[in-house]
Design a protein around this ligand. Structure first.
Ligand code: GAR
Length: 360
C-alpha cells in the first residue's frame, strides 16, 4: 500500500478527485489531508470519503515544520501531493520528502509561475497577455517556487473570446485527469518500476507512454471494451478495482472564511465546524432630518448599500476561487456589514411608509 498525503488550502476538488480514484482497496490511497485553513472546502469534501483531515495552522508550517514531517511519518506517507495548497512549504519538509512532493499548477510552466501566480491570477494573466495556449503542469516541489522537474504537462488552445473564468473551467477537468496519472508516474519511478509487477516503467513527460505501458501492465485481462477511449485515471481505477466518480467535475463548496484559529493540529473529526462569520452589526444611523428626507435617505441608503453589498459579495467567491483567501475573508466581512445595513434600511423604510402614506 502506498500512502499519499495531500496538502490543500481551498475548495479541494483536486483532492477529492484523487481520493475518489485512489481510495481504500487499491494499492494507493490518500492517507491524510493537511490543510492550513480551518474552514477549507476540502474538509467537507473528505468527510464522506472517510479521509482524515488535519488542520495545521500557518504558525506550525512556518515555525515548526518538524511537526508537519512528524505527521507525515505518522501516516507512513510515501508521497506528498499539493492540491491548491497556498502556503509556503519550508525547506525542512521538502528535504524530508526530497523528490516525493509534487504540485499542480494551472499553466504551462515555466510560463506564468512564481510569486503571485496561483489560481485565478494565472488565468487572468494568460488571457490578458493574449496567449493562444495554456495548460496544466504537474511538477516536483523544490526550494524554488514552480521550478521543479516537470512530471506531466498538458496543453489546451484558448478560444477567441476566452475569459479567465472560461479558461479556469476548461483547466479543472484537465487537472482531474492529469494529476492521478502524474501520481502514478512518480510512484512508479520511486518504486523502480511498475506498481503492480515491478517491471521497468518508462518515465517521461509524454502522456501516451504512461497510458499504454502502465495500464496494460496493470490489467490482468483486457476487458472486452479495451479499445474504448479512457483516461489513464479511469483505467487505473478499473485495474485497481476502485470506484471512479461518474462525473469528475465537482461543484464548488461555498466557503465561509473565518479568522485564523490559535495554533493547533486537529483531526477532522475534532475540527470544530466553523459557525458562520460573527456578524458585525453596522452602526448605520438614519439621518436625523425631516420625515420626508428620512424616507428619501432610506430609499437611497437601501439602493446604495444593496449595490455595495452585491459588489462585495461577488468579490468573496472571485477572490476565494482565485486563492486569495485573506481577500475573500475581508470581502465577506464587508458584504455582511452592507447586507445588514440594507436590511436595516429596508425595514425602516417599510415601517415609515405605512404611516406616511396615510398622512399624504
Ligand atoms: C487548482 O486549479 C490548482 O491548479 C491551483 O489551485 C487550484 C486549486 O483548486 N494551484 C495553484 O495555482 C498553485 N500555484 P482545488 O482546490 O479545487 O483543487
Amino acid at each position: 500500500m502506498k500512502n499519499i498525503a495531500i496538502f490543500a488550502s481551498g475548495s479541494g476538488t483536486n483532492a477529492e478527485n484523487i481520493a475518489r480514484i485512489f481510495n481504500e482497496g487499491s494499492r494507493l490511497r490518500v492517507a491524510v489531508v493537511l490543510t492550513n485553513r480551518r474552514n477549507a472546502g476540502v474538509i467537507e469534501r473528505m468527510k464522506p470519503l472517510g479521509v482524515p483531515v488535519l488542520y495545521v495552522p500557518n504558525s506550525v508550517w512556518d515555525n515548526d515544520p518538524a511537526e508537519v514531517v512528524r505527521i507525515l511519518r505518522e501516516y507512513n506517507t510515501d508521497i506528498v501531493v499539493l492540491a491548491g495548497f497556498m502556503h509556503y512549504v519550508s525547506p525542512e519538509i521538502i528535504a524530508a520528502y526530497q523528490g516525493r512532493i509534487m504540485n499542480i499548477h494551472p499553466s504551462l510552466l515555466p510560463a506564468y509561475g512564481g510569486k503571485g501566480m496561483y489560481g485565478h491570477y494565472v488565468h487572468e494573466a494568460v488571457v490578458a497577455a493574449g496567449e493562444k495556449e495554456s495548460g496544466v503542469t504537474v511538477h516536483l516541489v523544490t526550494d524554488e517556487m514552480d521550478k521543479g522537474e516537470i512530471i506531466l504537462q498538458e496543453r489546451l488552445t484558448l478560444a477567441e473570446n476566452e475569459t479567465p473564468e472560461s479558461l479556469e473551467a476548461k483547466i479543472h477537468p484537465i487537472e482531474y485527469d492529469i494529476y492521478p496519472r502524474a501520481i502514478v508516474r512518480l510512484l512508479e519511478r520511486l518504486n523502480g518500476g511498475d506498481l503492480r509487477d515491478n517491471s521497468v516503467a518508462v518515465v517521461s513527460t509524454e502522456k501516451s507512454e504512461l497510458s499504454d505501458d502502465t495500464v496494460k501492465a496493470a490489467k490482468a485481462e483486457p476487458s472486452a471494451d479495451a479499445d474504448e477511449e479512457k483516461t489513464v485515471a479511469q483505467s487505473w481505477a478499473e485495474a485497481l478495482g476502485v470506484p471512479l466518480p461518474a462525473e469528475p467535475a465537482m461543484p464548488p463548496i461555498p466557503e465561509q472564511p473565518l479568522a485564523e484559529q490559535p495554533a493547533s493540529v486537529e483531526a477532522s473529526g475534532n475540527v470544530q465546524a466553523p459557525s458562520a462569520l460573527n456578524a458585525q452589526h453596522p452602526d448605520h444611523p438614519m439621518p436625523p432630518t425631516y420625515m420626508l428626507w428620512a424616507i428619501l435617505a432610506t430609499v437611497m441608503c437601501c439602493l446604495v448599500t444593496g449595490i455595495v453589498a452585491i459588489v462585495f459579495a461577488s468579490q468573496v467567491s472571485n477572490k476565494y476561487y482565485a486563492g486569495d483567501f485573506e481577500g475573500a475573508e475581508r470581502a465577506s466581512r464587508k458584504a455582511q456589514i452592507w447586507i445588514i445595513a440594507s436590511i436595516v434600511a429596508g425595514v425602516i423604510f417599510t415601517t415609515l411608509y405605512m404611516p406616511l402614506s396615510m398622512l399624504f
